[in-house]
Structures are given as C-alpha cells and as structure tokens.
Design a protein. Structure first.
Length: 164
C-alpha cells in the first residue's frame, strides 16, 4: 500500500513538473515573437533604409552619420582584425574605411528577424574601392538596438567571400 501511495505521488509530481515546464516554454515562445509579421515588415523597411544610408555614407564620406548610426557601446568585428569597441573607436574604423576610397557599396538583406529589444539583419555586400577599383564581396550580420529613440547598430561583423 505504501509503495502504491509513493508511486502515485511520484507520478503526480512528474506530471505537474512536465505540465508547468511546457506552459513556461510556451510563454517564452510568445515573448520571443512579440512583433507581428506586419511589425517586422515595417521594421525591415526601416532598417533597409538605414542600411542604404550607411552604405551611401561611406561613399559620400558622411562621418557624422557613420559615427552616430552605432550605439554608444557598439562592437564591430572587422575581418582580419581585433574587435573594435565603443562609438569613439568605431569612428576611427569608419575613417579607415572612408580612406580606402569606397566608390560603390551595396548591402542586401537575406534574413531579418528580432523582437522589441534587438533586430538582426543578415545579408551580403559588395564594395568597390581604391584607385584600382578592387571588388570585395562578402556577408554580414548587423544587430540593431533601440537607443535614444532610434534603431542603431549594436554589433556588426562582416567578412569577405573572396579567396585569399
């Protein structure tokens, strides 16, 4: 009799634990998807516009725009270099890229997702730069975060798809 009672309590405990755990994961799933598809579509358009301004700013040497599209504590991970941390350090990186003489730049989003805290834009790029019109094609990930009422780049990484 004792064994049946203990077994029944064990079953009830396992059932309750599984039931509570599954409810918790369902609420987490809805938390992760708090933006509707419509909201994400509008945000994707906004980020695509900011990305177009970002690439154009490299060509027009608009350092004011480039230096303020990043959050205060942004991180940038350029190819074949150490991470660059903070808006001030990234402003120097921006100058380095401008000095390469970028004459054409295009970023194309291939995936876009996120929530009210972060937006992630994955894509491809092409840059034409220098007197010899070197071409670099590659891929990127930009993580956008709301700061001071604007979506700004919190973290970005890019690397070439060209052979070394």
């Amino acid at each position: 009799m004792k064994r049946i009672f203990i077994f029944s309590i064990a079953i009830a405990f396992v059932g309750t634990t599984i039931s509570c755990g599954s409810n918790k994961s369902n609420s987490n799933e809805s938390d992760k998807s708090s933006h509707t598809d419509h909201d994400l579509s509008e945000l994707k358009t906004l980020i695509e516009n900011k990305t177009n301004q970002f690439t154009a700013a490299h060509i027009t040497k608009d350092t004011e725009f480039l230096n303020h599209i990043f959050t205060e504590n942004a991180r940038s991970f350029p190819p074949n270099a150490e991470a660059v941390v903070g808006r001030k350090a990234i402003s120097q990186l921006n100058m380095d890229w401008i000095n390469y003489g970028i004459s054409e730049a295009k970023e194309t989003s291939t995936a876009f997702y996120g929530n009210e805290d972060y937006l992630i834009d994955e894509g491809t790029y092409i840059f034409i730069y220098g007197e010899d019109k070197s071409i670099d094609k590659g891929k990127y990930i930009n993580i956008w975060k709301m700061e001071d009422g604007e979506w700004k780049i919190e973290s970005n990484i890019w690397n070439s798809s060209q052979p070394l």
